[in-house]
Design a protein around this ligand. Structure first.
Ligand code: CA
Length: 438
């Protein structure tokens, strides 16, 4: 789904006026999918697509006769409280529904009248995690993050020798993945100060976020069946924003030898909208590996991946403290980076994950790993920005932070924009730290 087609035409405008506003995350060229219901209604969650500041109820649009053929079947699959059934239908179905939605929501659409009653304002909706996530795998694909954090945890050996050969990952916890707006309590845990003989127990003192791109698997593979590079992206439904909350003091004590455990599993937060790979087609870009670095083994290599395996997505992290919220100040920017700095691509993550015969299922979820870039100001976690808590960051209002305090909310945003294509956005993922429960 990397080819441009009529759905990407920048000249298209929608009869939903808010979709045509400059700077809208959800113009007609985006059409991301999520699940929603009217806030406080007790209605069942069901599939929707974002258009401007509205959500189109897909089952209602289907019932109104807006779609035919494969698009009608795909829209019917979106009537469920998760998108797994729709995801499992595969790229031809995703694309057919996108095309039908593009035509139905265009200014000249013949079904505009019938669809007006199928819109729900996003401000009056609540959202849920858009898929039943069976398995969650968190990768580690920014070499800048891996090097920055490696220097802090292992000053003598920052980048492990396997890093440039393997898309490193670990199996995460899916039960604690929540939708944007889900606040959580500061975790308790076991930690050990560097100079202490024994660990102590109490609330996490070094609470951090990780800016990541979330990747939803659409169609899976049978056990034992590898997904090769050239078909890897056909298994990927789309991308969202992901905050992998991290308790650094718990992590430092527990992570060796088997990796993160309770330092990550207390909360993970995702944005409501999944931007499809097809929507991202104008923003594909070359993936490069410096000539003096190891080149990928053949099972992680493809000409298409070299040509356009990367995604040009701007990624921003903002902090809203209690003071900022109380005094109605704008949230403070902590970083601005880009997904194109990833050392491994989405296709390489899929090919590597399945190379041993591991099966993926519709709705499985990957994290990209913290997306830090090469430049100062593009670090995707506080532990990097503050050099392990040694250099506090000062906000515009004079407040300082090394790690997060109770009441702090982290907001992550993502968007794509370039000349000749319509800007599209990911919306945001937002969540707030509450005091620890004793
Ligand atoms: Ca992570």
């Amino acid at each position: 789904m990397t080819e441009l087609n009529e759905t990407h035409d920048p000249a298209l405008i929608s009869w939903v006026e808010s979709a045509n506003a400059a700077g809208s995350d959800f113009p007609l060229q985006n059409l991301p999918f999520g699940v929603f219901r009217r806030r406080g209604s007790g209605e069942a969650f069901r599939g929707g697509v974002a258009i401007g500041d509205q959500t189109l109820d897909l089952a209602a649009a289907q019932a109104a006769g807006a779609f035919g053929g494969e698009a009608a079947k795909a829209a019917a699959a979106c009537s469920e409280p998760t998108l797994n059934a729709f995801m499992a239908r595969g790229p031809a179905a995703w694309s057919a529904l996108r095309l039908a939605l593009s035509r139905a929501l265009r200014a000249e659409s013949s079904v505009a009248g019938a669809l007006k009653s199928c819109l729900v304002a996003q401000s009056e909706a609540e959202f849920a995690v858009p898929a039943k996530i069976g398995d969650y795998t968190d990768f580690y694909t920014s070499i800048y993050h891996a090097t920055n954090i490696g220097k802090l945890f292992r000053p003598d050996n920052p980048l492990m020798p396997n890093y440039q050969w393997i898309p490193i990952g670990y199996h995460g916890r899916s039960s604690s993945i929540g939708i944007s707006g889900t606040d959580f309590h500061r975790p308790l845990g076991q930690t050990r100060a560097p100079d202490a003989a024994e660990p102590g127990f109490g609330p996490c003192q070094r609470l951090d976020y990780e800016l990541e791109v979330g990747i939803f698997i659409g169609t899976g593979n049978a056990p034992g069946e590898r997904i090769p590079m050239d078909s890897a992206e056909a298994h990927v439904f789309g991308l969202c924003l992901l905050n992998d909350w991290s308790a650094r003091d718990i992590q430092a004590w527990e992570y060796q030898p088997l990796g993160p455990f309770l330092s990550k599993s207390f909360a993970t937060t995702v944005s409501p909208w999944i931007v499809t790979l097809e929507a991202l087609a104008p923003y594909r870009t070359a993936w490069t590996r410096p000539a003096d670095h190891p080149q990928p083994l053949p099972y992680l290599e493809s000409a298409t991946n070299r040509d356009r395996g990367a995604f040009d997505v701007e990624l921003e992290v903002l902090l809203e403290t209690e003071t900022i919220r109380r005094e109605k100040q704008p949230p403070a920017r902590l970083s601005l980076g880009n997904f194109l700095h990833a050392y491994w691509t989405v296709a390489q993550m899929v090919a590597h994950h399945t190379v041993n015969g591991c099966n993926l299922n519709a709705g499985d979820f990957f994290g990209s790993g913290t997306m830090s870039g090469p430049d100062a100001g593009s670090e995707g976690a506080l532990i990097e920005i503050t050099r392990g808590g040694k250099q506090p960051v000062t906000l515009d209002n004079g407040e300082t932070r090394t790690f997060l305090e109770d009441g702090d909310a982290i907001i992550m945003r993502g968007w794509c924009g370039k000349a000749g294509a319509t800007r599209i956005g990911f919306g945001e993922v937002r969540s707030r730290v509450l005091r620890a429960l004793s």
